[in-house]
Design a protein around this ligand. Structure first.
Ligand code: GTP
Ligand code: MG
Length: 515
């Protein structure tokens, strides 16, 4: 399709490929597990059902993405390890961390009922994610050792803390009582005060959970002589181990060794430099407009599976707009957003300190929250359609250094909306009138805007300008003043407006948005 002169804004997108031979690990964790736990009155410190839900989602992630071979999780987190040779989405960091967190989130919201049939999900949960780039299998080993030590320490601490709280101590006093206590001291406290032998607590709480891929032989048929014909099949299994970073555990799984590499002798001490590198995060440039653009992954399949109207499904677009409105209400640093088809761009105010301007945090939380909303609001917009497969989105965050360039970015998206919508309207009219898809494509090749308008009028009696503004112009979502005529007061509300944002008059009229 034709390029527009505004496409130069693409050059502000930075390359974020995780270079070979680095091994990609993606860690996701719940943004606010305390809120989730309080609102749904979950067991503390560990709710077995919630951990089972987390594991079930992680299993589905491994089943969906063949390049992920291992995952380790405890509490509210899971770390996914990719094959060392993966070419998944050209190894682009933002793409990978966002689509994994989005898919995980939609699984989580969908499966919630299965694990909590007695508790409705009260609000859209969201997760953040990041990529940890590991230079070798030895670094993966150190990373896993670190996560399992954290699991152990936090679980031991929280077990003590909640025992003290349950027997009447105020939270602050309980924390005070635990200050400075060592591992042995906590064991003794549990045993002497509460008769709890820590070692007898469920291994899922103490050790976390491993999800891994193995290869199993399947008998597919028997040949004429009755000899079985076997085929290797990948199988995802869940195991618990107290020493996931030990060579005896890891090297015992041949598929992991083949795809990630063997582990050397077991780690006895964590290297602080390694831990520092696991915690490193990129910061986006100060005083620039950050735009997060999310886009449905393989959305054509999702649209086909749910028989969306072609080329525009009004309900589906309304659902996207409803999710975007919720994003603005939830994250007040977003001043404007623009959506078309399966994509949405969210503009953060210039001086935003959201996630300390860490790109992965910003992208993942927005993508995850939007994905959560999409599932939660589905029924409201499609009361007669069951979800047949799960939608998920990827995202990127880009800095635009001036208001002029930001407006060019938004113009680029709206021009793209126009070009695509006009083409798609013609294309689907031709197909609906009996032409094959190939013939319609040939017919439209090289045609200009005017010719397409003519075609619609002449052949189908459609005046393009009269088609719904939402289809032609996309949707803008932003905070606006709502005047209350009766009370004579005004308040700010989030509005959806399908207007021309290329025209300066829009920005003049809403001068406060980008002020
Ligand atoms: P990737 O983004 O590359 O993963 O693939 P994608 O299939 O999502 O394609 P892309 O984002 O380039 O385009 C969005 C696709 O979503 C369109 O090509 C349509 O197939 C589909 N789509 C978006 N909105 C609608 C709609 O309102 N109705 C229908 N029928 N399809 C839509
Ligand atoms: Mg898409």
């Amino acid at each position: 399709m034709a390029n527009s002169k505004y496409e130069y804004v693409k050059s502000f997108e930075v390359e974020d490929e995780v270079m070979l031979p680095n091994i990609i690990v993606v860690r996701i964790n719940n943004c606010n597990i305390c809120r989730l736990s309080d609102v749904h009155e979950l067991e503390k410190p560990n709710d077995e059902r919630l951990l089972n839900l987390m594991n079930s989602c992680a299993i589905s992630v491994l089943e969906e993405f063949s390049d992920i071979v291992f995952s380790y999780g405890y509490g509210d987190e899971h770390s996914f390890v990719f094959k060392k040779s993966t070419k998944f989405y050209q190894r682009r960091s933002s793409k990978i961390l966002s689509l994994i967190v989005s898919f995980f989130t939609t699984l989580y919201v969908t499966k919630w009922k299965e694990y909590f049939p007695d508790k409705d999900l009260q609000y859209p949960p969201s997760f953040e994610s990041r990529v940890i780039s590991c230079a070798s299998s030895e670094v993966v080993q150190m990373y896993l050792a670190w996560r399992q030590i954290e699991c152990h320490e936090s679980n031991q601490y929280n077990t003590c803390l909640w025992m003290l709280i349950k027997c009447g101590k105020k939270e602050n006093d309980a924390r005070e009582a635990l200050k400075g206590t060592q591992k042995q001291g906590k064991h003794e406290l549990l045993f002497k005060q509460f008769g709890v032998n820590y070692k007898n607590l469920p291994s899922m709480f103490r050790q976390g959970s491993c999800i891994l891929k193995t290869e199993v032989e399947d008998i597919v048929k028997y040949n004429d002589s009755g000899v079985p014909v076997k085929r290797l099949r990948k199988k995802v299994i869940l195991v618990h181990s107290g020493q996931i970073a030990s060579s005896s555990f890891w090297n015992g799984h041949t598929y992991l060794c083949k795809e990630v590499g063997e582990f050397g002798k077991s780690i006895t001490k964590l290297d602080p430099d390694y831990i520092k590198s696991f915690q490193f995060e990129n910061k986006m440039m100060l005083s620039t407009w950050i735009v997060v653009r999310i886009d449905g992954v393989h959305f054509h399949r999702f649209c086909d599976a749910h028989q969306f109207e072609k080329p525009n499904d009004e309900q589906a677009l309304n659902l996207m707009n409803a999710c975007a409105s919720s994003v603005l209400e939830e994250f007040q640093d977003i001043v404007f957003s623009y959506g078309v088809s399966d994509e949405y761009s969210f503009v953060f105010k210039k001086d935003s300190q959201f996630y300390q301007r860490h790109a992965s945090g910003i992208v993942s939380v927005i993508v995850s929250f939007f994905s959560s909303m999409y599932i939660m609001k589905w029924r409201e917009h499609f009361p007669k359609k069951e979800l047949k497969c799960l939608p998920y989105f990827d995202g990127r965050a880009v800095c635009y250094p001036s208001t002029g360039i930001l407006k060019d970015y938004l113009t680029w998206r709206q021009v793209d909306c126009h070009i695509n919508n006009q083409y798609n309207t013609c294309f689907w009219m031709l197909v609906k009138s009996g032409m094959s898809k190939r013939e319609s494509q040939e017919y439209l090749k090289g045609s200009q805007t005017n010719q397409k308008n003519e075609l619609l009028i002449q052949k189908f009696g459609i005046d393009y300008k009269k088609l719904p503004a939402m289809f032609r112009l996309g949707s803008s979502v932003f905070w606006d003043k709502e005047e209350n005529i009766i009370a004579g007061k005004s308040r700010k509300i989030v509005v959806v407006d399908c207007c021309n944002i290329i025209d300066e008059s829009f920005w003049d009229e809403h001068a406060t948005i980008l002020a």
